[in-house]
Write a protein that binds this ligand. Structure first.
Ligand SMILES: Nc1ncnc2c1ncn2[C@@H]1O[C@H](COP(=O)(O)OP(=O)(O)OP(=O)(O)O)[C@@H](O)[C@H]1O
Length: 317
């Protein structure tokens, strides 16, 4: 039976943590709550320059709400994992295959698909939380155009513990969340935000500065990079991309700040992965999975506006 995405309450991960004396430690993580105001709507209304936008630019009813969850009540399952092969990394996280240990699931009638863990960088807790927020907001599109996400988990570090992955896979980007702030505020001048008393929610401010917290995202493992058709017959690639980003647009999510080849993957192969689900909006089944929501925007723009923003970046995929 497919495990509901909210079934896991705790995760033990071997191979991630060590004592400063070099001895390996097993890391136990607890599921974290995601609060509605962790991501705010862009563009920020109080700073809108054009008070009379062109007709059709915004959704008549405001930003798309998160549809009610179709998941059962949260479970109390424990998931036992070991850090596997390194897959890739970026500004915010380091992604590894997650090996499921034999007693991974207390109740063995439940089966997980192949999994990955995204280890959030020490100075990127806010970005990680933002990404986790989008997975939750997009619950109805998990398995459709975004990977199934089994949760956002936290461990509080003590000064005696180390996370070798942080130094083994350093990022060339030295900017931190405390400097950058959440993506919905990035295009505004700090003095304009201050003047209108606009700021991230208290939890996001706290996470931007946090350095003693280790967060992981547990997700289904998707396929390799999106493959364009051979150049002499590439007429299908952009409509497929457009159809995938249109699904996100139905949820008011604009990814146009971060459309690039490494953020567009193929759906997992099923089996061993789980099959693709049809979209609740269009009924369409996609073989694309979109990842990396750190720079995603939650907007109240219309579907057409969001899709057009995204389409202008398909050349970089
Ligand atoms: N669910 C997944 N399944 C398989 N591979 C994944 C998955 N999620 C991420 N990856 C791989 O890990 C790499 C890094 O992940 P991701 O892009 O989410 O990190 P990031 O730190 O947010 O990167 P960026 O600098 O682009 O913001 C991706 O390019 C992809 O190859």
């Amino acid at each position: 039976m497919e495990v509901p995405q909210n079934a896991v309450a705790t995760v033990t991960l071997e191979g991630l943590l060590q004592h400063i004396d070099g001895n390996p430690l097993s890391a136990t993580f607890h599921r974290c709550e995601l609060l509605p105001d962790m991501v705010q709507i862009y563009p920020v209304k109080a700073l809108a320059r054009n008070q009379k936008p062109r007709p059709g630019k915004f959704r008549p009813d405001g930003a798309a709400p998160r549809p009610p969850s179709t998941l059962p009540p949260p479970g109390d399952m424990h998931l036992n994992l070991r850090l596997g092969k390194f897959i890739g990394d970026g500004r915010s996280g380091i992604v590894f295959e997650a090996e499921q240990l034999p007693d991974a699931v207390a109740n063995s009638e439940h089966a997980f698909p192949p999994l990955v863990v995204k280890i959030v960088r020490q100075e990127r807790c806010q970005s990680g939380a933002r990404e986790a927020w989008f997975y939750d907001h997009l619950e109805c599109l998990q398995g459709v155009v975004v990977p199934r996400c089994y949760g956002w988990f936290e461990l509080r570090l003590t000064p005696e513990w180390e996370v070798p992955a942080w130094s083994t896979y350093p990022t060339s980007n030295s900017r931190t969340d405390a400097i950058e702030g959440p993506a919905e505020f990035m295009s505004y001048h700090i003095s304009d935000l201050r003047e209108k008393n606009l700021r991230p929610s208290p939890i996001m401010t706290e996470l931007a500065a946090a350095r003693d917290r280790l967060f992981i995202l547990v997700m289904e493992r998707v396929g390799g990079r999106f493959q364009r058709q051979p150049t002499y017959d590439d007429s299908e690639s952009e409509p497929r991309l457009s159809a995938a980003y249109t699904e996100l647009a139905h949820m008011g999510v604009d990814m146009s700040l971060d459309i690039k080849g490494r953020n567009v993957c193929m759906a997992p192969e099923a089996p061993p992965g789980l099959p693709s689900l049809p979209s609740p909006f269009t009924g369409r089944t996609h073989n694309i999975r979109l990842i990396d929501f750190e720079l995603a925007l939650r907007t109240d723009w219309s579907v057409a506006v969001i899709v057009s923003n995204c389409e202008s970046h398909f050349g970089s995929v």
